[in-house]
Write a protein that binds this ligand. Structure first.
Ligand code: NAD
Ligand code: DAU
Length: 349
């Protein structure tokens, strides 16, 4: 039986990866290592938490010696590393947390793998990263695997650093690493600080929808389960030392996305057409706000045969249905500190 360490498994994307691996690979033991920050939530994994091939370990990846001890105890065959501080706005207000979790935490895992693994053959260290490391695009063009890094927020700079360190451990120590850089994910279990679940939550509660700047920034959206499929394929079939870009070929201007979401919400909540749009409020822009991200995912499509399965309208509809059907989940994650962080008054533009 192989033992796979998945870090950050109580978060948004990690919980979908854990669910997929626990169900699809009964002959793997899946160890979910997460320290349960505000973004980590074991309720994301209720349907698999009792599975015989699943174990949760609460631990912080910034604790280097503990990581080595866990590598010795569990004798991991492979690592899928998702644990990170993930929200750009928080990285602007509290950059150090991103340095510790994303850079120091990643190096601790690399060191544990390098020193505890005696033989690298059959092993794999898979690091999950973001398209934000490539910087910001103008109106045209795409990010390719060989696009130069140009991170512009503390979050993306911390992820870029961790990517560089992963590659350094591959080149210097021969650690069998692989990296993927993905575009914006959406879907169930995403913490309502990110644009789509935040807007759903606010529309539901008749609160304003804060649109940064003029709403003209563009993101390339991918349904989270499609990302989990890509991660599964890259973990099993990706080439050691390689990088794979993952994206939805699905670019949306923020304001157009919000309009579509408002239409879906009006319909689902049986409100008259146009009700939700009245909540749209243009607010002060994010500092250093990247204009456009767009991934060319030709490599993973060609080499591994992966492509997104869902159209955006369908994925967004499913996502809205999930949030409306899981009010209790939303109530739990928006209690306590949430109000302090996210329900503040925005400055109107
Ligand atoms: P998330 O914020 O929802 O989850 C992160 C998880 O990591 C949480 O469960 C949290 O408790 C855990 N964590 C944070 N710091 C930790 C620490 N020091 N020790 C142990 N656990 C810790 O994030 P997400 O959106 O699911 O993103 C997961 C990964 O995918 C991140 O590495 C992120 O950079 C990357 N990514 C995200 C997106 C996206 O659109 N959300 C896109 C591309 C890449
Ligand atoms: O591109 C991949 C990245 O996507 C991931 O690496 C990050 O972890 C993930 O958080 C996401 O980053 P973004 O900054 O693009 O996501 P966010 O949901 O915060 O914002 C999406 C867009 O919407 C962005 O242009 C900012 C804007 N926005 C966001 C919020 C929260 C608003 O206009 N209003 C808001 O309230």
């Amino acid at each position: 039986m192989k033992t796979i360490l998945i870090t950050g498994g109580a978060g948004f994307i990690g919980s979908h990866v854990i669910r997929r691996f626990v169900k699809k690979y009964p002959d793997y033991k899946i160890v979910n290592l997460d320290n349960l920050t505000y973004a980590g939530n074991l309720a994301n994994l209720r349907d698999v938490e009792k599975a015989p091939n699943y174990e949760f370990v609460r631990a912080d990846i910034t604790a280097g010696e503990l990581m080595k001890a866990l590598f010795k105890k569990y004798r991991f065959d492979g690592v899928i590393h998702l644990a990170a501080e993930s929200h750009v706005d928080r990285s602007i207000s509290s950059p150090m947390e991103f340095i510790y979790a994303n850079i120091v935490g990643t190096v601790n895992l690399l060191n544990a793998a390098r020193t505890v693994w005696e033989d690298f053959s059959e092993k794999r260290f898979y690091h999950i990263s973001t398209d934000e490391v490539y910087g910001s695009l103008g109106a045209t063009g795409f990010f390719y695997e060989n696009t130069s890094y140009d991170p512009r927020s503390p979050y993306s700079a911390s992820k870029a650093s961790s990517d560089h360190l992963v590659r350094a451990y591959f080149h210097t120590y021969g650690l069998p690493t692989v990296i993927s850089n993905c575009s914006n994910n959406y879907g169930p279990f995403q913490f309502p600080e990110k644009l789509i679940p935040l807007a759903i939550h606010n529309i539901k509660n008749n609160k304003l929808i804060p649109v940064y700047g003029k709403g003209e920034n563009i993101r390339d959206w991918l349904y989270v389960e499609d990302h989990a499929v890509a991660i599964d394929q890259i973990y099993h079939e990706g080439k050691i030392g390689d990088t794979y870009n993952i994206g939805g070929h699905n670019e949306w201007k923020n304001i157009d996305l919000i309009h579509l979401l408002c239409e879906i919400m009006d319909r689902k909540l049986k409100r008259s057409a146009g009700t939700s749009k009245n909540l749209i409020t243009y607010v002060k822009d994010r500092a250093g706000h990247d204009l456009r991200y767009a991934i060319d995912s030709g490599k993973i499509q060609k080499e591994l045969g992966w492509k997104p399965s869902l159209q955006f309208a369908e994925g967004l509809e499913k996502t809205v249905e999930w949030y409306l059907a899981n009010e209790e989940w939303m109530k739990n994650v928006t209690s306590g500190d949430y109000q302090k962080y996210y329900e503040h008054q925005y400055t109107k533009r």
